[in-house]
Write a protein of this length. Structure first.
Ligand SMILES: NC(=O)c1ccc[n+]([C@@H]2O[C@H](COP(=O)([O-])OP(=O)(O)OC[C@H]3O[C@@H](n4cnc5c(N)ncnc54)[C@H](OP(=O)(O)O)[C@@H]3O)[C@@H](O)[C@H]2O)c1
Length: 333
């Protein structure tokens, strides 16, 4: 293949970005020992921010977008990989400062490449993608911090989003009583179908203002940040953990030390992009094993081609979408 399609993002002279489909050659991609024949990618919140310029995600221009990719090795100068191996890459700078997954060929350093765990197809790996990997990382860290299903209801915020949907699926499968905080009360059937036991409407929350409010939640997975995260610190039960993942509702955090020094509440920072490789492989093994999502079919809301990306970005940023969007790169896969 001399040239191939890629969704590439340029910086506009007057500010902002401009993105679209182009044909590139291998020589135009960021360097790396491994060339992947991409089969699937996915759309994450960060991809939408990057490609529309609504978030300052990209650290280099022009750049192929896409923080996730799964496919097979086309060529490798690193002995750990051989042509034909099924692999995936998430984060590590892909689609941020290194040409990303929205292209038929993806060239990356060998150190970023995860062998596709047995039992997961490239499609399933991208239905999970960074969102599902992050939800699983949160579960793993919370377990390490002592969280158990018996500790009480586990609240998931941004529940209908990619991370949220996978978190509802994963935690409920582990025996947690999952409560879904959502701005979409009409998503009740969807969220209950993933394992939520009940829903809370985020537009009707009465967060209170005291440093400690009634302790309700055994723990929480938070995709919202801002006021929601502050409220969680005030309402999680003694010794509970809050996995801080996202900022869909704000990047600020205003709280007091009371939840930490009087209730022993922990906020666990979850960062998927630079997760060290041993832990990364461990989490992907779990996603193919004891944490294998049960409801990927209903979580995937759309499978699109590269030319469907702009509409997908708008859907995600409007907050109106649900679940995960998979990008089919290789029509024959
Ligand atoms: N730390 C990491 O490594 C990591 C990895 C992946 C994602 N993230 C972050 O996690 C968040 C979720 O990512 P995602 O890919 O799941 O995005 P997503 O699919 O767009 O989901 C975000 C969800 O947040 C909720 N939401 C939207 N606006 C909100 C607001 N103003 N206040 C509170 N909730 C709001 C919505 O769910 P409801 O309508 O159901 O409330 C929305 O579906 C993003 O902030 C993303 O940047 C972080």
């Amino acid at each position: 293949m001399d040239d191939f399609p890629a969704y590439r993002i340029h910086e506009r002279a007057g500010g902002g970005v401009q993105a679209g489909l182009e044909r590139l050659t291998l020589g135009q991609l960021s360097p790396g020992e491994v060339v992947i024949r991409a089969q699937f990618s996915s759309v994450n919140y960060k991809d939408a921010l990057a490609a529309t310029g609504r978030g300052r995600i990209l650290r280099r221009f022009p750049l192929v977008g896409g923080i996730d990719v799964a496919g097979v090795i086309d060529a490798s100068t690193d002995a750990r990989f051989t042509a034909g191996d099924a692999v995936l890459v998430t984060g590590c700078g892909l689609g941020e400062d290194h040409d990303g997954g929205y292209a038929a060929r993806v060239r990356v350093p060998a150190d970023w490449v995860v062998p596709l765990p047995a039992g997961l197809s490239p499609y399933e790996a991208m239905a999970i993608g960074t969102a599902g990997f992050t939800a699983a990382l949160a579960l793993d860290r919370m377990e390490q911090n002592g969280q158990r299903p018996g500790d009480g209801p586990l609240l998931v915020t941004g529940a209908t989003g990619g991370v949220g949907s996978l978190a509802v699926d994963l935690f409920s499968a582990q025996g947690y009583e999952v409560v879904a905080l959502t701005g979409k009360p009409d998503a009740e059937d969807y969220l209950r179908g993933l394992g939520a036991s009940r829903l809370l409407d985020r537009h009707r929350l009465e967060p209170g203002t005291r440093p400690l409010e009634k302790a309700q939640w055994g723990g929480a997975v938070d995709n919202a940040g801002g006021e929601t995260l502050a409220w969680l610190t005030r309402t999680v039960r003694p010794w509970g953990s809050i996995a801080s993942i996202g900022l869909a509702g704000g990047a600020e955090l205003h709280t007091s030390v009371m939840p930490f020094i009087l209730r022993g509440v922990s906020i666990l920072g979850i960062t998927s992009a630079n997760c060290p490789m041993p832990r990364r492989r461990h989490i992907w093994q779990r996603l193919a094993g004891d944490l294998r999502p049960r409801y990927l079919d209903s979580i995937v809301s759309a499978v699109i081609d590269l030319d469907g990306l702009p509409a997908a970005f708008e859907r995600i940023l409007s907050g109106g979408h649900r679940g995960r969007i998979v990008v089919r790169i290789d029509a024959t896969a």
